[in-house]
Design a protein. Structure first.
Length: 85
């Protein structure tokens, strides 16, 4: 059993490391990532937060199939959120 726990811990550590490998000043978050950070729904992010004054401007990241989904600069979202409190 201890080996299973160690394997799970290693898998979690690897995933956390891979997620945080992009510096915040270079990361672009999806509505889902912002929602996770703020503990709200992605719909709330796109319908409400993104329209509030001062919320960072989103940009569509081009994809081969079209414009893609909106992304927001992670560092600016964090900075905006810290000013709200």
């Amino acid at each position: 059993m201890n080996t299973e726990v160690e394997k799970l811990a290693d898998a979690v550590a690897e995933r956390v490391t891979s997620v945080s490998s992009v510096p915040l000043n270079r990361a672009w978050w999806s509505a889902r990532q912002i929602a996770t950070y703020l503990d709200v729904s992605p719909k709330f992010v796109t319908d409400k937060l993104s329209n509030r004054p001062g919320f960072p401007d989103g940009k569509r990241i081009p994809t081969p199939k079209g414009l893609g989904r909106l992304r927001w600069p992670a560092e600016e979202v964090i900075r905006w959120w810290e000013k709200q409190g």
